[in-house]
Design a protein around this ligand. Structure first.
Ligand code: SF4
Length: 496
């Protein structure tokens, strides 16, 4: 059973000591003919202190000092996250997100007012002047235009911006951690990332061990896999569905029949279509009809447990990631005595190869309707596709299955087992951190393992995310120095 001293994660101890040290603890519009560039040009200006004009003024005349422009957001949502601004003569500090547009009215055109991802925006920065009133833009959001300020810089030209270089290059100055880490050899940098990665996996293991104290191990793994199948947008409803329809009930009520189990999951999810779409072909109509033939017999007994459609995020989800498609993957994983799930459960003591687990995950639901379809209205494909692709399988492996195995077994894996973790597809925060720590000309091969990607995420969470004043109050460099974790003393990795 899991031991928090971490027999499974011997390399985590160095990074953990660093995390827990006292030093660390202390502390687009319709007509742009008059602006022939793009919003990306504006983002580069905002991000780069070499181009961002100063001083800036709000629309109501208050002085704005940009303490930190925020992190360039590579995903959906505001353009910059966690910016720090000093406002007015009192230099009152504001922290939050920044959205940039060419014109003030673009906020309304892009529908941000009704989008909850924009609720943390503290400043709407535009090229052109103008004031957007409520209810379009909440009154506390600062309105800042760049046009007049940029005109005061005779040497400035949008054409001189090196667009492809952003966001990872040209964002001088280098953070303090980069100055220290560039004196380390690639082996030492890699060892630091391995240690941080093991610490992240140890923390996940500890959390799973606590969950298993409340639930049996199969239900815990089921809930965790379901949450991970929801990915970013639907993690919570997937997790809630797994609690509303526990694994034992799912298997009993479906008698381990795939279609029955899928009908139950789709029915309790609240996502089963209630109307026929004229664009559906005959196979799709028959498929949905079969689901309803099963679900109507069970519906009454689940009415208090059924999720509402509004609990799901469906508007920014690619068709192949639609929850109904992912639920078929779940069905394929959990239903049947020889299901991938059962094989993973049975093999946990022997630390199966990651390749074997990945192949097992990618089999799930491989013969189902959804293996041939990316959506109800899309045509049947020529050949079936995995419902859990290699990237999602790698994510499930790293974030759920490895911590779960560590939390349930007493035996120890081979020394380099974790170092062979495959990389995940989506590692934007990791890449962002790597560029900050190792400079924009570093070799990405440095973090081409799942373990090192986890290490970058742990450093980001522990230091970059918690640094309230840009890099100025970050304790990473100081802590590394105080603990002697530098290029002179960093020992080779030990698997003890
Ligand atoms: S906040 Fe992040 S990038 Fe800045 S010094 Fe700390 S670890 Fe480095």
């Amino acid at each position: 059973m899991f031991n928090s001293s971490s027999a499974h994660f011997p390399g985590a101890c160095q990074y953990r000591a660093l995390r827990l040290s006292p030093i660390t603890a202390a502390r687009e519009s319709a007509d742009n003919s008059d602006f022939p560039w793009s919003e990306r040009h504006l983002r580069c200006v905002w991000a780069d202190p070499a181009y961002r004009p100063t001083p800036l003024l709000t629309a109501d005349g208050r002085l704005v000092q940009v303490e930190n422009p925020g992190r360039w957001n590579l995903e959906a949502g505001p353009d910059f996250l966690d910016a720090i601004l000093r406002i007015g003569p009192d230099e009152c500090i504001l922290r939050g997100d920044i959205e940039l547009h060419i014109r003030p009215a673009d906020w309304r055109h892009h529908g941000h007012a009704a989008d909850r991802r924009y609720q943390g925006v503290i400043a709407h920065v535009t090229y052109f002047d103008g004031i957007l009133g409520e209810p379009d833009l909440p009154a506390p959001v600062l309105q800042i235009s760049l046009k007049q300020a940029l005109k005061q810089i005779p040497s400035f030209s949008f054409d001189s911006l090196d667009l492809p270089a952003y966001p990872f290059a040209n964002l001088a100055p280098s953070p303090p951690c980069a100055h220290l880490l560039k004196t380390w050899s690639p082996d030492q940098q890699g060892h630091f990332l391995d240690s941080a990665g093991e610490e992240r996996l140890r923390l996940k293991t500890e959390r799973l061990a606590q969950a298993m104290a409340r639930e049996n191990r199969a239900q815990t793994l089921y809930e965790e896999i379901m949450g991970a199948l929801g990915y970013k947008h639907n993690r919570n409803p997937f997790h809630k569905l797994a609690q509303s329809l526990p694994l034992d009930r799912l298997r009993q009520e479906s008698k381990n029949d795939m279609m029955t189990a899928y009908s139950l999951l789709a029915g309790v999810s609240g996502l089963l279509p209630t109307k026929t779409n004229p664009l559906w072909d005959e196979e799709t109509r028959g498929f949905v009809r079969s689901l309803w033939d099963i679900w109507w017999r069970h519906q009454a007994s689940w009415q208090n447990k059924t999720l509402s459609r509004s609990e799901w995020v469906l508007s920014h989800v690619r068709p192949v990631n639609h929850p109904l498609r992912r639920l078929m993957a779940a069905t394929g994983l959990f239903i049947d005595a020889n299901s991938p799930f059962e094989r993973i459960l049975a093999s946990s003591e022997t630390f199966p190869s990651f390749k074997t687990i990945l192949e097992t995950l990618q089999e799930a639901g491989g013969q189902s309707y959804w293996a041939w379809r990316s959506g109800f209205t899309s045509p049947r494909a020529d050949k079936p596709a995995s419902l859990i692709g290699p990237g999602r399988a790698a994510s499930l492996l790293t974030n759920v299955i490895v911590p779960w195995i560590a939390a349930t077994t007493s035996s120890k894996p081979a020394p380099d087992w974790l170092k062979t973790l495959p990389p995940e597809d989506d590692n934007r925060f990791g890449r962002h951190t790597a560029h900050a720590l190792f400079g924009h000309d570093h070799n990405p091969a440095l973090y081409h393992t799942g373990l090192r990607q986890q290490g970058l995420l742990q450093i980001f969470n522990d230091f970059c995310l918690n640094s309230r004043n840009g890099c100025r109050d970050c304790r990473l460099t100081e802590t590394l120095g105080a603990q002697g974790l530098n290029h002179n003393t960093l020992p080779p990795h030990q698997n003890t």
